[in-house]
Ligand binder design. Structure first.
Ligand code: CU
Length: 180
């Protein structure tokens, strides 16, 4: 008996995850962005995110920082983890949350915001928000983009309106008439 076959098996198993780069037998190029096949193997893709009622708070010129808010809905079957943000409105953006500590509202950066599968998270004053540093003071009614970056590196661009007040809360969706 010899140990060679065992060693060979271990070697092959260890090399198995690596795709040989020179194997060009298949002409089908692996397209990473095929819109028809939403890959469930890619967790935390921004593709499943929908943003509604996005707005950027208008603060007077001279105010260095402001914030953006939105309601984020995850239409997919896996949690979406938002890990960063950016906007032309600001030199720098961070994910923040407000919390009350000893009767004082404080805010701090959070590493991520998790939008649960088939769930939603609302970014709103007093809670989670996208902090915008060194803002360019957009005017009331102007639309600016806010880009969210997800854990897999994908991004989604959110169209936000500059406003000094939150958008009015839409009335609850009426229950559709029962078909007879
Ligand atoms: Cu903040």
């Amino acid at each position: 008996m010899t140990f060679a076959p065992l060693a060979l098996v271990v070697l092959v198993a260890g090399a198995a995850p690596d795709v040989p780069p020179s194997s060009s037998s298949s002409p089908s190029s692996a397209a990473p962005s095929s819109p028809s096949s939403a890959a469930p193997s890619s967790p935390s893709s921004c593709a499943a995110l929908r943003a509604e009622d996005a707005w950027i708070r208008v603060l007077p010129p001279g105010t260095r920082n402001t914030a953006a808010f939105a309601r984020l809905t995850n239409t997919g079957p896996v949690d979406v983890v938002v890990v960063g943000a950016a906007s032309p409105v600001a030199r720098r953006a961070e994910l923040h949350e407000h919390s009350r500590a000893g009767g004082v509202m404080k805010m701090r950066a959070v590493p991520s915001i998790v939008v649960p599968a088939h769930g939603a998270v609302t970014l709103a004053p007093g809670g989670l928000h996208v902090m915008l540093f060194d803002q360019t003071a957009p005017k009331e009614g102007e639309r600016r983009s806010v880009t969210l970056r997800c854990a897999d590196g994908s991004t989604v661009v959110v169209d936000a309106v500059a406003s000094s007040a939150p958008p009015p809360v839409p009335p609850p969706v009426p229950t559709p008439p029962t078909p007879r």
